[in-house]
Structure formats: C-alpha cells, structure tokens
Design a protein around this ligand. Structure first.
Ligand code: ADP
Length: 398
C-alpha cells in the first residue's frame, strides 16, 4: 500500500480530477477503477465507509461514488453516508451505484426525507453501462467545483498508507466473516461479483474491438475466465444445497479407483511439464459413484495446485489400508495453520494464508459430505509450512 501512497503524492501535481470510490467489492472496484483511469480521472478506492471523511480530506476528490448493495447493511448506510458528506461538504457531488430500481427511483425523485438529505448528484444503475456512467460522472465533476471548504490536510497526517486500500486484492474477501446461515445472501453476493466483472469486461471488449483488438482480446479472455468461475460457483452452490438437504444422488457401481484416479489426474495436468505424480501398486476396487469420487479428487488436486508455488510437485498415492483404499494427495504449498485446521471443512471457511487466491471455501465441505455418503472419510493428515497431505479413504468393494 505504501507504493500507492507514493503514487498519490507524485500525482497530486497533475490536473486530473480525483474520484473517491467507496466500494467493498474488489472486482467492481477494479473494473470501475480501470474505467476511471481510461477516462482521465485519478481515483482512490476504499472499502471501509468509516474512512470516507479522512479520504475526502486527504485526496480532495471532485466526486464520490458510493456503492449501495440492496438488502445489505451497506444499502441503508449509503444514504446516511451521502447525507453526512453533504452536510460536511455541500459542494461535493455524490453518486450512487445501485442495482435496486426502487432506490434509483427514490434518489432521482428526491422527494423523501432521506433522498433530500442525501442529495445524490446522480444514480448509476448496475450492471453499469460505461457510456452512461462516464456521462453522469463528467456531469457531476464539471458542474461542481472542488469543495472550497475542504481544509488542507493537516488533520490527515495520521492517515496511514494502510488505511486506504487502493484496489484491494481481487477475491481477497474474508468469507469466514459471513453468517453461514445467510445462504441466500451469500449466493447472490458471490454470483453478482463475477457477473459484474463479466459485464465490465464485455463492455471494455466492445469499446476496444476496433481501435485496440489486443486489449479487446485480453478483456474477452478475462470474461471467459470469470464465466468459468461463475459456472464452478453455481455448481458448488448447488452441491452445497444438495449435500445439506441429503438430496445428492449417487449412481453406485464397482470400479477401479486407480484407473479413475489416473483419468482425473490427466484432466488436471494443464502444464507442459507434468506436476502430478501417481503411484498405485495394484488394482483397487471400490464401490461408489465414479463421477462424485472424481469430483472429490479433482477438488483436492485443484487445491494442491492452486495453493502451491507454480510448478511445484503434487504427489498422489493409492494404497490399501485394512478394508479401505487410501488416496493421499501431497503438495508442497502454503499449508494450513495449526489453529485453522479445526474449521477447515466448514462451509465457506478459508484460511488466512489463502485470502488473496480465488475460492469459495465450499469444495472441502462438499467433498467430505460426498465421501461420507460413500461411507468413506476425508481429512487433512498433516500440514506445515512446506505443504499439506489430504487423505480420502473409501471402503473397498466387497
Ligand atoms: P476454495 O479452495 O474454493 O476456497 P475449499 O473448500 O476447497 O475451497 O478449501 C477451503 C480452504 O482450505 C481454502 O480456501 C484454503 O484456505 C484451504 N486449503 C484447501 N486446500 C489447501 C491446500 N492444499 N493447501 C493449503 N490450503 C488449502
């Protein structure tokens, strides 16, 4: 973050107007930031609304954009934040991002008490249309001069560079803070993030398709990446619902776990130099749903690869222990801190070491439930700073 602060200080000499974005969704923040950049604005993005007052003093923005997420605490808060900004800086225009048509109507009509107090200079509907957004912003910035009442940043000396998070890491959200019972809220929130990103990338591609095809292609590949992420997310959320209600059906057959493992590994080996080694001493027959077992193994392999340095080896071994087949997946990655092993298989749990790597925290939970449905087990056998060993145990076919 200190580099961002340095950038801030260097750029303060330029004429570009500053825009303060208050947005707790890193992906949205990133996309909007990119648009602002391209449209010739300087921007700073903060996730915590408590930092608004300090950020205004520090950056002296010409416009503030507040995101208002319907149904969340932030929704009501945006109105209150807008009113407070207006009281302190009556000349500073505030725009609202919202996906809620009734908020749009209320803010535009400006007849209710809170809309009068908030006095929004404009409302931008989500998913946003780039042209519309930039026009509303330009209008707000052009028609209003920087607030003369903003004092010089004497008061801001105490602001730490860390206090302002400029474009927080994409997907670095702490899912563990969310109430797991609010499944619907989580699902909507999780699905909206990639959707917003897809919409933003599509609009970027549309804009650059002629004048900068390389940039357009880049936006399209990001769009595809997000589509894949969304597809996985929908699959995980559906499975989470199914395993929770016992509605996950299995098509049980007797099959060779070694062969099934080799096939799954081949599907997860995406690099030129193979990373995954596999040893299996003999035919190991189990009874179960091969697709669901492959789903567990696929999730363990994805994690082993995702949470390890690029190119580091992942080892898979299959052995028979008593009446069980044991599949051990060993990686040389980030490991799981001792104190976080307890909740590792709880839905939406993600460890502190992996917050800046995309994920939902659902895969291990779903995998364990599927293993249990097979009368099997799934656990973290060992983990330290040089890697982890996950074991899937399944009863041998009789
Ligand atoms: P996701 O990977 O989508 O977040 P999972 O349920 O598969 O969800 O994993 C839950 C969490 O467990 C991960 O977010 C990560 O914090 C931790 N984790 C899982 N596998 C590993 C691994 N091989 N190494 C380190 N941490 C892991």
């Amino acid at each position: 973050m200190s580099t961002q602060l340095r950038k801030t200080q260097t750029d303060s000499a330029t004429e570009k107007p500053w825009v303060l974005l208050v947005e707790d969704e890193p992906t949205v923040s990133k996309i909007v930031g990119k648009l602002l950049d391209e449209a010739g604005y300087e921007h700073v993005s903060i996730a915590d609304h408590k930092q608004i007052a300090a950020a205004i003093l520090h950056w002296k923005p010409r416009c503030i954009i507040l995101d208002s997420e319907p149904g969340s605490a932030g929704h009501e808060r945006s109105w209150a934040d807008a009113a407070e900004i207006r009281r302190a800086h009556p000349h500073l225009p505030v725009l609202m991002f919202t996906a809620d048509p009734s908020s749009t109507a209320e803010a535009r009509a400006g007849t209710t008490a809170r809309s009068k107090a908030a006095g929004y200079a404009g409302v931008i509907d989500k998913p946003l249309l780039v042209v519309e957004f930039l026009a509303t912003l330009k209008n707000a910035v052009d028609t209003t001069q920087a607030a003369p009442s903003v004092p010089t940043p004497n008061v801001t000396k105490g602001i730490e560079a860390e206090a302002i998070s400029v474009f927080p890491d994409v997907d670095g959200r702490a899912s563990t803070n969310w109430a797991v019972s609010d499944f619907f809220g989580i699902a909507v929130h999780e699905l909206r993030t990639p959707l917003m990103s897809i919409s933003g990338q599509a609009q970027l591609a549309q804009r650059y398709i002629e004048k900068d095809p390389k940039r357009a292609a880049d936006a399209l590949s990001k769009l595809l990446e997000q589509t894949k992420r969304m597809d996985k997310l929908i699959g995980d959320l559906l499975d989470y619902g199914r395993v929770g209600s016992g509605a996950l059906s299995l098509e049980v057959v007797t099959f060779d776990l070694g062969v099934a493992t080799a096939i799954t590994i081949a599907m997860h080996e995406h690099e030129d130099t193979p990373r995954i080694t596999f040893t299996t001493p003999q035919r190991v027959r189990v009874q179960g749903d091969p697709d669901r077992i492959a789903q567990i193994l696929g999730n363990l392999l994805d994690n082993a690869i995702k949470y390890s340095p690029p190119g580091s080896p992942v080892d898979v071994s299959l052995t028979v222990v008593g009446a069980e087949a044991h599949l051990r997946i060993t990686d040389q990655g980030l490991g799981v801190p001792d104190e976080e092993r307890g909740p590792l298989f709880a839905p939406f749990f993600r460890t502190t070491r992996t917050r800046d790597i995309p994920g939902t925290g659902l895969g291990l939970h779903i995998s364990r439930r599927i293993a249990e449905q097979h009368r099997g087990r799934l656990w973290l056998d060992s983990s330290n700073s040089v890697g982890s060993v996950f074991v899937l145990a399944l009863p041998l076919a009789s």
